[in-house]
Design a protein around this ligand. Structure first.
Ligand SMILES: Cc1cc2nc3c(=O)[nH]c(=O)nc-3n(C[C@H](O)[C@H](O)[C@H](O)COP(=O)(O)OP(=O)(O)OC[C@H]3O[C@@H](n4cnc5c(N)ncnc54)[C@H](O)[C@@H]3O)c2cc1C
Length: 308
C-alpha cells in the first residue's frame, strides 16, 4: 500500500445513524485475470454516478489477493468512491501480521473494516487456524478495536445459517459475541428469498441484537453461476428462480435479465420493509447494480407504500 492519500473515511456507523433513506453499497472483488481487471475498471467507471454510500472490497480466500485488495481500494478512491471498506480475514495471518495490516489500513485513512474469519484457501476443505493467528471473526474484531478504537467494524450474518452451523441458537451466540467485540453493523450472506432475511432479523431482535442488518443481495447471472454460489454458501435457490433460468437456456441475456428482475423484486420488497440499506454483490459488473435503480424507479412511479 502506498501512503499517498490524506483522505480519512467517515465511519459507516455514522452514515447509518444519520441516514434519511436506506444506504446503498456495492461489493467489489479483486479480479484474478486481465479480463477481470478490465471488467472491474468498466464497472468502477460506469457506477460512480449511481452514488453508492459506501463500497467494500473482498479479501481473497486464503489471503491470496491481499495486496490486490488494497490496490483495488486505492483505485476506487481515485475514481471518487468513498468510504471504502476493505475486508480482512484471519486466514494466513499471524496476530503480529494482523496488527501490521490494521496499522496500514488506519494510516491510509480507511476507518471501516469488514471483519471476517475467512474461507479456507483453495484446495483446503476446512478452516485451519494459522500458527500464531486467530480462530474467528470475534477475536479479529477484538484485536482491531484494541489496536484502533476508531475503526468501525462490519461483521457477517447468515440468514440461512453458516455452512458449519450447528443450529440457529449457536449461530446467534457467535453473532452476539462479534457484536460484543465491537461490531457496528451486520451484513448478511446472500439470500434469494427475503423471508429468510426477515426471520433472521426477528431472531436477532429476540437475542437482543439491535445493530443495523444490511441485506446482501446478489443477482443470478445464469443457472450455473447461481447453483455454484448457493451450493458453496448454503443459500436456498428458489424453484421459481431456477425455473426462469432454466427456461432461458443458452440465451445468456435472457438468463441475466431474469436474474436481475428477481433481484429487483427482492429489493422493492426490502425497501418497503424499511431496511437500513441494500448491499449489492455486483460481481464487478454494471448491470447487476442496475437492479437497485430499477427498484427505486418502480417504487417512485407506483407510489408504493411501506409495508412496515
Ligand atoms: C458479507 C460477507 C463478506 C465476506 N467476505 C469475505 C472475504 O472478503 N473473504 C473471504 O475469504 N470470505 C468472505 N466471506 C465468507 C466468510 O469468510 C465465510 O463465511 C467464513 O466461513 C466465516 O466467516 P465469519 O467471519 O462469518 O466467521 P465467524 O463469525 O468467525 O464464524 C465462523 C464459524 O466459526 C465458528 N465460531 C465463530 N465464533 C466462534 C466462537 N466465538 N467460538 C467458537 N467457534 C466460533 C463457528 O463454527 C462459526 O460457524 C464473507 C461473508 C459475508 C457474509
Amino acid at each position: 500500500m502506498k501512503n499517498a492519500s490524506p483522505l480519512v473515511d467517515t465511519p459507516i456507523s455514522e452514515l447509518l445513524q444519520n441516514r434519511s433513506r436506506p444506504l446503498l453499497s456495492y461489493e467489489f472483488f479483486p479480479p484474478k485475470s486481465e479480463k477481470g481487471m478490465s471488467s472491474l475498471q468498466d464497472a468502477t467507471e460506469g457506477l460512480i454516478d449511481t452514488h453508492p454510500d459506501f463500497v467494500t472490497v473482498t479479501y481473497g480466500a486464503g489471503g491470496s489477493t491481499r495486496e490486490l485488495t488494497f490496490e483495488i481500494a486505492t483505485l476506487l478512491r481515485r475514481f471518487g468512491y468513498g468510504p471504502i471498506m476493505p475486508h480482512l480475514t484471519c486466514v494466513g495471518n499471524t496476530e503480529a501480521e494482523l496488527h501490521e495490516i490494521a496499522d496500514q489500513i488506519f494510516a491510509e485513512g480507511y476507518r471501516n473494516i469488514m471483519t471476517l474469519r475467512g474461507d479456507p484457501p483453495q484446495g483446503q476443505e476446512n478452516f485451519e487456524v494459522t500458527q500464531g493467528g486467530l480462530a474467528n471473526a470475534r477475536d479479529l474484531a477484538q484485536l482491531l478495536k484494541a489496536r484502533h478504537p476508531a475503526f468501525c467494524l462490519g461483521v457477517a450474518g447468515y440468514p440461512e445459517g453458516h455452512p458449519e452451523s450447528q443450529g440457529h441458537a449457536i449461530d446467534m451466540d457467535y453473532l452476539k459475541s462479534k457484536v460484543d467485540a465491537g461490531a457496528s453493523f451486520i451484513t448478511t450472506q446472500l439470500f434469494l428469498d427475503n423471508d429468510y432475511y426477515y426471520r433472521f432479523v426477528d431472531r436477532c431482535e429476540k437475542a437482543g441484537i439491535t445493530l443495523p442488518i444490511l441485506p446482501g443481495i446478489m443477482p443470478a447471472l445464469s443457472l450455473g453461476q447461481i447453483q455454484r454460489i448457493t451450493s458453496m454458501c448454503g443459500a436456498t435457490l428458489p424453484n421459481a428462480l431456477a425455473e426462469k433460468l432454466t427456461h432461458a437456456g443458452e440465451d445468456k441475456e435472457a438468463a441475466m435479465n431474469s436474474g436481475i428482475l428477481w433481484c429487483t423484486e427482492q429489493i422493492v420488497d426490502l425497501l418497503q420493509h424499511d431496511v437500513p440499506g441494500i448491499h449489492l454483490y455486483i460481481l464487478n459488473q454494471i448491470r447487476p447494480a442496475m437492479s437497485y435503480q430499477l427498484a427505486r424507479t418502480f417504487i417512485e412511479m407506483t407510489g408504493m407504500e411501506r409495508k412496515k
